[in-house]
Design a protein around this ligand. Structure first.
Ligand code: GRF
Length: 185
């Protein structure tokens, strides 16, 4: 049972997925076949290379999608995991992989869709925000919700504190959800 990860940036969520499971026995490890990016300099690619996971970067989205499809088919990949992938996938690609692409978003959807969701929530002054894992459809952060977890914003929290709280939840939630999906739950 394996996945591919698509990312555009730092890749701390990729790191959490790579670190999940027992370090010695391999129990509950998540098998990542490839890590791909639309950005040649995404730090997430380096994280993958350190673990000897094959990587590919391709700024042209159609070409990237073509490669994802080819590699997923050749390697029996079951799940395409977006982890900070900052592009909207083309509708024909989404249709082809319907129910097999998931994303993590740093807010309680449907609130604060799109980029800068953490700042949006912080600046709005909400007292509760959180993390959502959802299936990807043709829209921006609109696919059906798989899992959510609440993060509280208290009056002492800076924006940086909120980022840290959100990341902590993401790094625990995403590997768990991926594992459950791969188990067919
Ligand atoms: C995460 O906050 C995720 O929710 C959003 O993009 C961010 C990626 O962070 N989709 P990282 O690159 O995994 O550190």
């Amino acid at each position: 049972m394996s996945i591919v990860v698509l990312l555009s940036g730092s890749g701390t969520n990729l790191q959490a997925i790579m670190d999940a499971g027992h370090p010695f026995t391999g129990e509950n490890k998540i098998n990542i076949k490839f890590v791909m990016s639309d950005k040649h300099d995404a730090y997430g690619l380096k994280r993958a290379q350190k673990r000897k996971i094959p990587t590919l970067s391709q700024p042209k989205l159609k070409l990237l999608e073509k490669n994802v499809t080819k590699l997923c088919k050749a390697n029996n990949v079951e799940l395409i995991v977006l982890a900070g992938f900052m592009r909207l996938l083309n509708p024909d690609f989404v249709k082809k992989w319907k129910g097999k692409i998931i994303n993590i978003h740093p807010s309680l959807l449907p609130s604060f869709k799109g980029a800068n969701a953490v700042e949006q929530a912080y600046n709005y002054g909400v007292k509760y925000t959180g993390v959502t894992v959802h299936y990807v459809d043709e829209g921006m952060d609109t696919g059906s919700i798989i899992a959510q977890e609440v993060v509280t914003i208290n009056k002492f929290n800076s924006l940086n504190d909120l980022y840290a709280k959100i990341h902590e939840v993401e790094h625990r939630l995403y590997p768990n959800v991926i594992r459950e999906l791969l188990k067919g739950k």
